[in-house]
Design a binder for this molecule. Structure first.
Ligand SMILES: [Fe+2]
Ligand SMILES: [Fe+2]
Length: 205
């Protein structure tokens, strides 16, 4: 990672337009039009609040279908943690004067629908959904934590703490039989692709 100023960036190293495309000059995710570090922090907070909101809705969709048994208990526990994550990002949006994503109404419906649909396929499919989503969030948080410098140490620590919770959620999904879900590789790949698309969109809108 180099700390070269962007003005000296060679023309062929301009930021790419893909999700999380690294800015080769700074090593941080940068999108065309990100004017300054503050805009970058706003983007991080907006997508993270969106992600936690979506996670909350997924577990609410699952909890609406699965009401009893060990899987339902695990879902309630993970839901409670997502509420805490969401609450913290809600506070940070206010503190840093960042607007939430415009897509929140979409995540409200799509998150719940994904949770309910997978739960209707069975407990193991619900857990496969958890594994898929939490793996994507783990990668996403790991990338963000790497990008944040010491000037944003508290935010970096928050993200790192939440990432550990998300990894525990993934492990809970595996412990509750995610890998035995019908068509597990296909289901997991589809949900991961959808989660990455949701991140990509929430970073931009
Ligand atoms: Fe979370
Ligand atoms: Fe989670």
């Amino acid at each position: 990672m180099s700390d070269k100023p962007s003005a000296s960036r060679p023309p062929d190293s301009r930021p790419r337009t893909g999700a999380g495309a690294p800015d080769s000059a700074t090593g941080t995710a940068c999108l065309p039009g990100d004017p300054d570090p503050q805009a970058r922090i706003a983007r991080i907070l907006r997508v993270d609040q969106a992600g936690e909101y979506g996670a909350r809705r997924i577990y609410e969709g699952q909890a609406a279908v699965l009401r009893r048994g060990p899987a339902a208990r695990a879902i309630r526990h993970m839901h409670a943690q997502e509420l805490r994550h969401l609450e913290r990002f809600d506070e940070l949006l206010v503190e840093r004067r960042v607007r939430p994503t415009l897509l929140q109404p979409l995540w409200h419906v799509a998150g719940f629908a994904l949770g309910a649909a997978t739960a209707l396929m069975g407990e193991r499919a619900a857990m496969a959904c958890t594994v898929a989503v939490e793996e994507v969030i783990d990668e996403h948080y790991a990338r963000q934590a790497q990008q944040l410098g010491d000037d944003e140490a508290p935010l970096r620590e928050t993200i790192e703490t939440f990432r550990q919770d998300e990894l525990a959620h993934r492990d809970a999904g595996l412990a509750h039989g995610a890998e035995e879900a019908p068509a597990y590789p296909v289901l997991k790949a589809a949900i991961k692709a959808g989660s990455r698309l949701a991140i990509w969109l929430s970073e931009r809108l």
